[in-house]
Design a protein around this ligand. Structure first.
Ligand SMILES: [Fe+2]
Length: 406
């Protein structure tokens, strides 16, 4: 990349930082711990909406996680309608189907029960319900003229951070492109982080969603838009993930590990409010669009490669993360290793964590002939939206994707 282009990209990325930092932060009310879903139901009953759409997926309905919440809300005098057709990587069509059900049943509010897919789909439905527009017209930043319908969420995975995110990732099924909603109006009103709703999460989903949270925290920390506040959330999230993700993966019934991972996911989501993310997400989104690789898995596979390719520019920040995890050698509690050694130690620790979680190092779905267009699209997403520690050129990005290819 020419020095002029790189300088222009850097100025653009930093110019929009104050805009992001000043976006009205309306954080959701968080209920935490075992039984917090009941507290959330009580809270919903106190809000002036009495006809709620439950947005979820068939697996959670079959696991009988949705019926008790529906019953509890009905006991509190709230009418419930369930839209249970959300699939991974929800598309505009999933949103349209949910909006139709909401309109047919005169719903006035939305409760998402599920992972990032259900929460993101619910954000799209809530926006369409009050703006009377198709979802295709609402994607982008601050496109909603009216406030979306009141939105509440119960995450059943720990990774996306969608419960504290003012955005949603949705796929345009015609263009096969991931885009989405952005703007503080899409923030949920309240969320319940209830570990008992996470115990049914299979180990592979636990691993992938946990690595998604780790990626949010790391990309936020090494971003040139990082703030003191985002740094604090990111370091807390990273520490919790290294401590508790292997435990949650080994024993899904470990409520303490599940609770700490739920908090880590939320902190990681808060960490990337202003910095957003970086190349790992930009490449992972392409792997999701083109080959339906689950988002967390794609991030987990891409993460160490992007860190290695960025390590020169991100060395000091990666070393700071390493120090916060007490990696490397120390004397009287003070690290004695160089930034280079500590940065290396942190990337190695990420690889070791991935191995513990049985995450593959490469993916066998990437077609060689697709690599130039994957790289082009990833660079576009990253250069328009994010402020990574260093900008890659097309050749570097293509080489990076080749290393992920099995
Ligand atoms: Fe993510």
């Amino acid at each position: 990349m020419s020095p002029i282009k790189s300088a222009l990209l850097k100025s653009y990325a930093l110019l929009i930082s104050p805009v992001l930092a000043r976006m009205t932060r309306r954080q959701p009310l968080l209920f935490c711990g075992e039984g917090s879903t009941n507290q959330l139901c009580d809270y919903i009953a106190g809000v002036d909406n009495k006809n709620i759409l439950l947005v979820t997926d068939q697996i959670l309905i079959d696991l009988d996680l949705v019926a008790p919440i529906s019953s509890r809300l009905q006991e509190l005098g709230i009418t419930t309608t369930t839209y249970g057709e959300v699939d991974p990587d929800p598309t505009f069509d999933h949103v349209r189907a949910g909006v139709e059900i909401a309109r047919e049943n005169n719903c006035d509010s939305v409760l998402a029960i599920g992972g990032g897919s259900s929460m993101d789909c619910a954000k799209g439905i809530a926006a369409c319900m009050t703006n009377h527009k198709d979802i295709g017209e609402l994607v982008g930043l601050n496109k909603c003229k009216n406030w979306p319908a009141p939105l509440f969420v119960i995450p059943t995975t720990a990774g996306t951070g969608s419960e504290v995110s003012p955005g949603a990732v949705l796929t345009d099924p015609v263009k096969q492109h991931k885009g989405g909603l952005g703007g503080s109006r899409h923030m949920p009103l309240a969320a319940a982080l209830d570990p008992t709703f996470m115990t049914t999460m299979p180990p592979a989903v636990t691993a992938a969603s946990g690595m998604d949270a780790l990626t949010h925290a790391i990309e936020a920390y090494i971003s040139r838009r990082a703030t003191q506040e985002s740094d604090r959330y990111a370091l807390l999230a990273i520490k919790l993930i290294f401590d508790y993700l292997p435990r949650a993966y080994q024993n899904g019934q470990d409520l303490n590990a599940r609770m700490n991972m739920a908090i880590a996911s939320t902190y990681a989501g808060l960490a990337c409010f202003t910095p957003l993310v970086g190349y790992v997400h930009a490449i992972a989104h392409r792997l999701g669009e083109n080959y339906h690789v689950p988002h967390g898995l794609a991030n987990a596979v891409v993460l160490p490669h992007v860190l290695e390719a960025s390590s020169g520019a991100a060395e000091h920040r990666l070393a700071e993360i390493a120090r916060s995890l007490n990696l490397g050698n120390s004397d009287l509690g003070k690290s004695t290793d160089s930034d280079t050694a500590l940065s290396r130690a942190f990337i190695d620790a990420v690889r070791t964590l991935s191995k513990q979680l049985e995450i593959p190092e490469q993916l066998d779905v990437i077609k060689s002939e697709d690599i130039p267009s994957l790289a082009k699209s990833a660079l576009k997403e990253c250069h328009i939206n994010y402020a990574p520690p260093k900008y890659f050129n097309k050749k570097t990005c293509e080489q990076l994707i080749k290393r992920i290819q099995m």
